[in-house]
Write a protein that binds this ligand. Sequence first.
Ligand code: 6PG
Length: 469
Amino acid sequence: ESFDFGIVGLGVMGRNLLLNMADHQFAVAGLDLDIEKASSLEKEASNTHQVKGTTSPEEFVKLLKRPRAIMLLVPAGKPVDAAIGTLIPYLEEGDIVIDGGNTFFPDTDRRVEELSKKNIHFFGMGISGGEKGARFGPSMMPGGDQKAYERLRPVFEAIAAKVNGEPCVAYLGNGSAGNYVKMVHNGIEYGIMQLIAETYDLLKRGYNFDDDSLQKTFEEWNHTELQSFLIEITGEVLKKRDDETGQRLVNLISDRARAKGTGKWTSQNAMDLQVPIPSIDVAVNMRDISIYKEERLKASTLLPWNNPDNHDHAGDDAVKEKIKNAFYFAMITIYAQGMAQLHVASKVYNYGLDLEEVAKIWRGGCIIRALCLEDFRQAYKRDNNLPNLLLDNDIARSLIDKQGDIRTIIKDAIDKGVPAPAFMASLSYFDAYRSAILPTNIIQAQRDYFGAHLYERTDKEGTFHTQWD
Ligand code: 6PG
């Protein structure tokens, strides 16, 4: 009973998190049913590490200090239930089990309830940052019992990424709060990745940038207000050459995009909660359109594309500046949509989220880390109950400054026939959100016309029906 922490599942994520904990002087036990994975752990560890791998659930549980803290890093779904099942016979009251996978949040609520009957605390925790993050500092989004979190806090704060000394982990809220926040993180991730893809397409097909200028543009942007992990890696992705052919690797990669589901869940749940997140929706749609490769190939001859603009704008700083501003504008609205979803979800599911904390722990370690997260944090510091970032004075001003450029860029995209749905959805979201009067009065009138669905009036109270014809 001398180990501080236990990890179940010694794949890349589990192993890296375990070694990260060991780097911070925690004694960590690992469980994996694969003997190879369990036994290689100690060989991989350095002599300052205190680690032990085992294939026996009983031995594993008995190695741990009480109340035990055990994190599962197994694929989401049935493997999580299976892992819990193997541990249960040995666990005791007060022990804590944490699921560190991309779990669909209702599954966590079910598990919290099942395990609470045995007085075992169950946590759903989003972990972002990929393999490297896990090894050297991820962003972590835990949700569960607040008191039980105190047992986990020292370990998590030690291993998390740090921004100005502040750890990128915080207790987020009850039940499935952690998985929900991670799901929306991924929705935002989808939105920004789509925005980057559109920017790349516009520069390349629309403004005829050559590969070198394209690459340099992204590299430059990472030293501006666009600074972010996703912009940074795009600069690196565009640089990479294929070992065999010497060509740029990205030009050899198939355009059929895959998805594991977190972006889709974000959109599906946003519809359930009636929170509009159109930029994230189109990001899911575009991955789906990309799969229809054969149909797209046929359509490309039937509906041929050609760009009327044959000038190379690569050296044109004015074009670059406009796209940069358009990108900034759209990026801010994508975060705003995701955060607005969290604001509503927190009320509907009683999570008790503090969005200032969310913005704070997203500043480092995670895939959507970006300079602008500090601005969002400040916005929530000014008003912790802000329903939408667009309602913050400073953020509103930065969007007003850049709206001319996103309009120009979208007009160019239309003229050039380059698809830019994330830009367009973001601008439309902005234009709709800031409209004091929307044309939805027409929809209400039509509903009443054909279905007697009634309508409300602006000049008096009550509901009304009209005999329209
Ligand atoms: C992260 C990532 C990570 C994973 C995504 C990929 O935060 O570290 O989001 O969780 O790479 O799940 O999702 P898709 O396969 O759906 O693109």
